[in-house]
Write a protein that binds this ligand. Structure first.
Ligand code: ATP
Ligand code: MG
Length: 420
């Protein structure tokens, strides 16, 4: 037998309703924020991610699904959603439109990571991208959008951590201070952090190793090194969140995993789903568009892990939607009835009802058992008696009440009963 690749998951017919529910909620919230969807390809030229995500990141160095296509071009399955959007923004001259350009995406994301609870090799993200707005108001707006989704889903117990990692100018000063602090302690840090030290010391603050965490606890804090512009940007974000009554914690250890961030970074974290508790991560990335070949353009956004969001809702016993069930199951009990069933089914479907009927040639009892199992609300019985009397038996499965209804008025009767 050929098995599913490690770190990937099937969504089976019985659970796809959860995905429709979550995707429905995020699309609806995006709509209320006047954000339209963008769809970009599942694979892009590898170069895009080398430039956009950054070649000092774990994603680019260790985790990308890269292959040569039959024309010998190096291609990579999306390891995140933002770089493709930035490419599309430039390639389609969206910067020429009146700004801002507000977009959302729902996309599979591929990373060769060690599979564990909440960490897959293919996962799915809902993402927000606001291009063209430099103001802190845009940062607040995307944070509010994420918050609105959590509120809509009833998730109250999430911590919002925010930080600013400044612009390249303030980061230069900070990196020096950080390196002089860490330099003396490098011997006690993990091998990955020792590699990060030269290339990207900021990333060390993100290390999950206990020993490294202990050392970085007392490291200099980037907020103390912000230039005036970055400082007032950060203060505006905090003040605006205060006035919107959004609770948050300024956490100087949030630096995010990708190279493209500037100024604001944030994460929504849950304690309910184990070690992989970050459900949503984002921030500002003013350098990205230029880095992938466009004119400088400010941008801010986030990525939200949909598998983790579903895990979170289930762990809190919150609704993940309702399993689909037929409104009507038609039970034909003789050959003639079997030719009536599809006609009646299609008439009811044309009214918007979900209708199923027997295609297994089952007898009366097994058909009822099946209708019960799939949760049909009503069963329409068509037997020889019904054909002779030009009527149908309609059974309400929740009350058990059955009525004979004249064939001519049956459609209206059933539609009214189902309540649509
Ligand atoms: P983490 O710190 O958990 O590795 P990340 O910083 O790599 O997350 P992002 O690249 O910002 O995450 O992706 C946005 C969101 O996508 C994360 O907050 C998380 O909810 C989800 N996510 C990231 N990687 C995975 C994965 N391997 N499996 C499932 N969900 C993931
Ligand atoms: Mg990661």
């Amino acid at each position: 037998m050929i098995n599913i690749p490690k770190g990937t998951k099937d969504v089976l017919p019985k659970e796809s309703y959860k995905w429709h529910f979550i995707e429905g909620v995020v699309r609806e919230v995006a709509k209320t924020f006047c954000v339209n969807e963008i769809r970009t390809p599942t694979f892009e030229h590898t170069e895009l991610f080398l430039r956009g995500v950054g070649d000092t990141t774990d994603i680019v160095n260790k985790e990308m699904y890269t292959f040569d296509d039959k024309g010998g071009r190096s291609m990579t399955l999306k390891p995140e959603g933002t770089a493709g959007v930035a490419r599309a923004f430039i390639e389609n001259s969206l910067y020429g439109n009146t700004q801002p350009t507000k977009m959302y995406y729902i996309t599979p994301v591929f990373r060769y990571e060690k599979p564990q609870a909440g960490r897959l090799r293919e996962h799915h993200q809902f993402g927000i991208e606001y291009y063209g707005a430099d103001s802190a108001a845009a940062d607040v707006e995307v944070i509010m959008l994420a918050k609105t989704i959590f509120d809509r889903l009833g998730v109250g117990k999430l911590s919002l951590n925010i930080n600013s990692i400044g612009c390249p100018q303030c980061r230069k000063n900070y990196n020096e201070a950080l390196k002089s602090y860490l330099g003396a302690r490098l011997g006690n840090m993990c091998s990955t952090c020792r590699e990060r030290f030269e290339k990207n010391p900021l990333r060390i603050l993100d290390c999950k190793e206990e020993g490294c965490k202990e050392i970085t606890k007392d490291a200099p804090v980037v907020l103390d090194y912000l230039c005036d512009d970055c400082k007032s940007h950060h203060e505006y974000v905090c003040a605006q969140l205060d006035s919107c009554s959004v609770e948050y914690k300024v956490n100087p250890h949030i630096v995010r995993g990708l190279d493209y961030y500037t100024k604001t970074v944030f994460e929504f974290v849950s304690e309910n789903i184990g070690a992989q508790g970050t459900v949503c991560g984002g921030g500002r990335y003013n350098g990205l568009v230029e880095q992938v070949g466009g004119k400088p353009c400010p941008a801010v956004g986030f990525g939200m892990g949909l598998e983790r969001l579903i895990l979170l809702l289930e762990s809190l016993d919150l609704s993940v939607g309702k399993e689909y069930a037929p409104d009507v199951y038609i039970a034909p009990l003789c050959d003639k009835a079997r030719s009536i069933a599809p006609v009646l089914a299609n008439e009811l479907r044309a009214k918007g009802l979900a209708v199923d009927y027997d295609i297994m040639n089952r007898g009366f009892k097994p058909q009822f058992k099946y209708a019960d199992k799939i949760g049909a609300k009503f069963v329409v019985i068509i037997g020889e008696d019904e054909i002779a009397s030009q009527s149908y038996g309609v059974k309400d499965m929740s009350s058990g009440m059955q009525e004979q209804v004249a064939k001519d008025s049956a459609i209206d009767y059933i539609v009214a009963k189902v309540g649509r």
